[in-house]
Design a protein around this ligand. Structure first.
Ligand code: KG4
Ligand code: ZN
Length: 335
């Protein structure tokens, strides 16, 4: 089954063609990172307008790269949520229009299930497994018991991990996008210099990162005030302070993620752990994941499938479409 999928829930315009949920024939992504960089974050109205400009070309490229014509497709899919509503509308309306035009069924997909399915792309992995989903908008532990039985067993009570990375990066004066820049800086710092608080949550597999973010802010203020701008070593000391704070923050986050994920896997009887979402690109997290206890197997999707992309949406359209997301008549649509 060849599915063309569109993804436009945040600031990436993406289209892909995937066969039977696993074999990626094409996966095109047009990133808006540079557009939003000067604002220090994603501006929803501008994101939606850029999706509009990019979407037709991205669809055309995905078909060309896959060497297919619309007649070869079995269905057209798109992310229906969660995400920025103006952005979602562009991908969903385009996909529904194409489905109607080409006389194909339309398949609606939930974005988070898409991230889970990034684990199926170009590999043979099958459920059950526990998926640690870490992105800019979400932080969840998802028990994937079968292709369709996917339960969120833990979630963040406040900031998502990527969001915490982005906010701490901004606080340290790093350019947007904060997460990857903080990761680079952390590699030059001493993670043991500062001990930061680890939040306790009532439910064992929930997460909370907003207190950590506040603690980092206070720590930076306090330590920076101790430096003397008249000192000839001021710049070096300030840069080292930033790097050490970045490294200490990253270590705390990675420790928390790993501890909770491993405990959850043990309690629920999973021996395979997978990760998904943009933060799975983090070098600290990847290093720790390479060193798992015996008996636990790790699956990490290719980096390009960890970030927002449409191949994962095509895979979810095949394996786990929204219960009421399949429409053979797009005019009978719900809101
Ligand atoms: O999954 P994603 O591409 O988009 C959604 O949020 O759905 O994730 C983007 C998030 C951003 O917050 C970004 O800062 C973070 O992932 N991120 C990272 C790294 N690369 C991307 N965070 C920490 N370290 C990284 N290397
Ligand atoms: Zn995402």
């Amino acid at each position: 089954m060849k599915i063309l999928a569109l993804e436009s829930s945040c600031d990436d315009t993406a289209a892909a063609v995937v066969v039977d949920g696993r074999r990626v024939l094409s996966s095109m992504v047009v990133s808006q990172t540079e557009v939003h960089a000067r604002f220090g974050g994603v501006l929803p109205e501008i994101a939606a307008r850029h999706h509009l400009e990019a979407i037709n070309a991205v669809v055309e490229q995905a078909l060309q790269e896959a060497n297919l014509t619309p007649g070869d497709l079995d269905a057209v899919a798109a992310t229906l949520g969660p995400g920025l509503v103006g952005s979602l509308l562009v991908g969903a309306s385009t996909a529904k229009t194409l489905a109607w035009l080409w006389n194909k069924p339309f398949i609606g997909v939930e974005h988070l299930r898409g991230h889970v399915c990034s684990n199926f792309l170009e590999r043979e992995l099958e459920p059950p497994f526990l998926c640690l989903m870490v992105s800019g908008g979400h932080t969840q532990l998802m028990a994937v018991r079968s292709y369709t039985d996917i339960e969120t067993v833990g979630r963040t009570l406040d900031d998502a991990v990527g969001e915490a990375f982005d906010k701490v990066a901004r606080l340290l004066g790093l350019p947007y996008p904060g997460g990857p820049n903080l990761d680079l800086l952390a590699q030059q710092g001493n993670p043991a210099r500062f001990i930061l608080p680890r939040a306790r949550t009532q439910r064992p597999w929930d997460f909370s990162f907003s207190g950590l973010k506040t603690a980092v802010s206070r720590l930076y203020e306090r330590e920076a005030a101790l430096l003397n701008p008249e000192d000839s070593a001021f710049i070096t000391q300030r840069d080292q302070l930033r790097a050490d704070i970045a490294a200490s923050f990253q270590k705390t986050v990675v420790d928390t993620l790993m501890r909770k994920t491993l405990r959850c896997a043990e309690a629920l009887g999973f021996d395979t752990i997978s990760i998904a979402g943009g933060v799975s690109a983090n070098s600290g997290l990847r290093a720790r994941l390479a060193d798992l206890p015996e008996g636990i197997q790790l699956v990490v999707p290719q980096l390009r499938f960890c970030m927002d992309n449409a191949a994962m949406i095509a895979s979810a359209a095949y394996f786990c479409p929204l219960a009421d997301g399949v429409e053979s008549d797009v005019f009978s649509r719900r809101a």
